[in-house]
Structure formats: C-alpha cells, structure tokens
Design a protein around this ligand. Structure first.
Ligand code: SF4
Ligand code: SF4
Length: 276
C-alpha cells in the first residue's frame, strides 16, 4: 500500500497552517486512517501545544559532525579552504584555517581531503525528535537546539524518521507541517512529498507569500493546492489572481470560526468538531 505524503505549508507565518495540519490529522484519524503528523517547524514546533500534549517521549537525537582542527598536524597548506564549497573556512595567508560553524553544512569534505589528518570530525547534537501517540494519530516533533543557525538537517532527520515509522506501522498518510517561508528547512520538508497544501489568508501579504510558496512548489515539482483560511475576513481577489497565475483554483475556503479559535487557544484542537 502506498503511503500518501502531504506537505502543509504557506509562505507566510500566521495563516493557520499548523491549525489546519492538526485539524486535518484529526479528521483523517477519525475516518479510521492511520496518520502521522510530522511537525517540521523545528525552531518553534507547536502542533503538540495545539492538542494539549507534552514533549516527553524522546525517540531520537539528531547529530552532525563538524570539523575541529588539530593544530600540531596542520601544515597550513590551504587545501581544506579551497575545497570547502560553503565558504565555511577562512584562512589568512600563512595562518591556520578557521572554521565558521554558521556556514558549515557538515559535509565532511575538509577532513576527507586533508592530507595530514589535521581535521577531526566532532559530533554535536543538533536537535531531538519526540513522539506522541493519540489513538491512531502519531505526532512526531522535531526540535532544533536553541540558536542553531542551519536547521535543515533536523528537518531532514525528523522527516526520515516519520517515513520509516510510516512503513513500520503501515500508515495511510504522513502530513508534514512545514515552517513558514521558503528557506532551506521548508525545502527539505517539501522535497519528494506527493502534494502540498499552501495555506494562505485573504490579504495582500497572504497573496504575496502564496506566490513565493507556489513558485517553490513548482520548482520542486510538487503539485500544490490552495487553502484559504479565514476566507470571509478579507478580500480574496489578490489570492485568486495568484491562483490563476499558477493555473490553480482555491481548493478549500475555511471561514473564520470561533470554535477553531477556542480550540487553538485552549490546546484542544483535536477535540474540536470541525469538518474541513
Ligand atoms: S588541509 Fe589540513 S593541513 Fe592543509 S590547511 Fe587544511 S587542515 Fe591544515
Ligand atoms: S564540513 Fe564541509 S562545509 Fe564544513 S567546513 Fe568542512 S568542507 Fe566546509
């Protein structure tokens, strides 16, 4: 049986993307489907808060290896600096290389090329993965270490964990709730999913960011559908224009709902009786 994978995204923050991800997971689960909701907004995951859960069951840790220089072995030859494609090594003439961690993708090229074994890989924890199980709904949460500059690897690993879990438990659907924006962690979350829901709102900013996320989906060859949240609270003309540009229509309009808002603020969205 093929597992369906859906990215729930939206260029803009605050459009209700996580709310819709949780409501959708709840609905599918009520229909008897085995669902994994994977929170890929690893800098500030909040799906667990929306359903009143705690992050208690740690199921995995995310690690990466970063370069560490062993000065006494280094001849200052500069090969590592010339090799690094992320420009993460600075080396002034005649000086030792300096590794700039914020730019480092932990690719390992520098310690592979160093002819003198002067770079040692140093394992560091980047984040954690938690699991909550609520009947036939599995919530996986990726949580990046505070202050981590590049969170893509944490997203990549929570996603990999979700796909392995999906195979093991024979899940029907995996929903990937992405961060806002179109940066690397969002790309990682959306790569290779079967389809994406672009959640937006009827405002000029919503339309602007919808354009960005639809463009990204197009580049990633991920078929996208548009969901207009709080559809009755603004003018949808701008959103319709963007939809037309991508030969799409607004697939779903969700009106403002006090019930959803209450469920959101009280952290009991799973119990909200809302049909999407
Ligand atoms: S390649 Fe090795 S020896 Fe050469 S500068 Fe880099 S760390 Fe030093
Ligand atoms: S691990 Fe890769 S990205 Fe990081 S400094 Fe080495 S070559 Fe550059």
């Amino acid at each position: 049986m093929k597992i369906k994978t859906i990215g729930i995204t939206g260029g803009k923050g605050g459009t209700g993307k996580s709310t819709i991800a949780v409501l959708m997971a709840a609905q599918l689960s009520k229909e008897g489907k085995k669902v994994i909701l994977c929170d890929c907004d690893v800098e500030c995951p909040n799906d667990y808060l929306l359903i009143g859960e705690k992050l208690e069951k740690l199921v995995d840790r995310v690690y990466a290896e970063f370069p560490k220089l062993i000065k006494k072995k280094c001849t200052k030859c500069g090969l590592c600096t010339r090799t690094c494609r992320s420009n993460a090594i600075f080396q002034a003439p005649g000086k030792y290389p300096i590794f700039i961690k914020d730019l480092c993708s932990a690719c390992g090229a520098c310690w592979i090329v160093c002819p003198f074994g002067a770079i040692q890989p140093n394992k560091e924890e980047l984040g954690k993965i938690y699991l909550n199980k609520i009947q036939n709904l599995y919530l996986l949460t990726g949580l990046a270490k505070t202050g981590l500059e590049e969170t893509g690897p944490v997203v990549g690993q929570v996603k990999e964990f979700a796909l392995k879990l999906a195979k093991r438990i024979k899940a029907d659907v995996v929903l990937f709730d992405t961060a806002a924006g179109t940066h690397c962690p969002v790309i990682t979350a959306l790569l290779d999913v079967n389809s994406a829901l672009a959640v937006t709102e009827p405002t000029p900013m919503g339309a602007y960011d919808l354009n960005l996320i639809l463009d990204l989906c197009k580049k990633l060859k991920v078929p996208a559908k548009i969901v207009l949240n709080q559809a009755d609270l603004g003018k949808k003309k701008e959103v319709e224009k963007i939809a037309k540009r991508y030969k799409l229509k607004i697939e779903k309009e969700i009106p403002y709902s006090k019930k959803i808002l209450e469920g959101y603020s009280k952290g009991n969205l799973l119990k909200t009786k809302i049909e999407l």
